[in-house]
Write a protein that binds this ligand. Structure first.
Ligand code: C5P
Length: 232
């Protein structure tokens, strides 16, 4: 499993994301496509970016009954994405069904990672809205463990949780971590951030970086700085 930097391409249109990727010329960074772009531009955007030679993390966070998730995952697998995700709250059975749907006739499949608790959920909202009364840390680790039991490859988590996830689920269970900022950069609306170098030290397998690259004056230089700090 190689460490890599994934660029969160949070753009509203196909034109914007393709113009952004054109700046990279010969380079082919791993990109994350989220709901906004996918629902707006449709599956064609995945095919187009794939045809340009990029790896793709399709961040659609599936959560439904097992049979529906299995069939939807089979469609995503046919789009030839490299990584996709779901909510661990959908249960172990749903996660197992997702793996079945993703697995191609030749036995290959995209990487599958789970969202445990969204970072927008805190202890208070978890207790009041979801009636979950365990400490949030324990819930996150329990969901990560469920994902591992179901055969998933890892979880999306805060860089601050990456070490604990590895301690709970093993060194080979992947941690994909957003909330990354340069030491001299603007943190924006992220609350708990880490630099690429810190994320490397703490054991993240992939970092997901959006605005520090997409909003940079020189996005290619910002991407290369991330790669130098995190991968080299
Ligand atoms: O621009 P920025 O670097 O903050 O983008 C981070 C990306 O990671 C965004 O696409 C955001 O939706 C995603 N993300 C996150 N925190 C999570 C899960 C996903 O920031 N807990």
């Amino acid at each position: 499993m190689g460490k890599d930097v994934i660029i969160a391409c949070d753009f509203a249109s196909q034109e914007q994301v393709l113009a952004f990727l054109d700046k990279f010329e010969g380079k082919k960074p791993f990109v994350k496509i989220g709901m906004e772009l996918f629902y707006g531009a449709g599956p064609g955007i995945v095919k187009e970016i794939k045809a340009r030679g990029h790896k793709i993390f399709l961040d659609l966070k599936l959560h439904d009954i097992p049979n529906t998730v299995k069939k939807a995952m089979s469609v995503l697998s046919n789009l030839d994405v490299d990584m996709c995700n779901l909510h661990a709250a959908g249960t172990i059975r749903m996660m197992e069904a997702a793996i079945e749907g993703l697995t191609r006739p030749d036995g290959t499949r995209p990487l599958l990672i789970a969202v445990t608790q969204l970072t927008s959920t805190d202890q208070e909202t978890m207790e009041n809205d979801l009636l979950i009364h365990e400490p949030i840390d324990r819930v996150v680790m329990h969901y990560a463990h469920n994902a591992k039991l179901a055969g998933l490859d890892g979880v999306v988590c805060s860089p601050l949780e990456a070490q604990k996830v590895h301690d709970t689920c093993g060194a080979n269970f992947m941690t994909v971590t957003p909330g990354v900022r340069f030491a001299d950069g603007d943190i924006g609306d992220q609350k708990r951030v880490m630099t690429p170098a810190q994320a490397k030290l703490i054991g993240s397998d992939y970092i997901v970086v959006g605005r520090p690259i997409t909003a940079a004056e020189d996005p290619v230089a910002a991407y290369e700085r991330c790669v130098a700090e995190f991968c080299d």
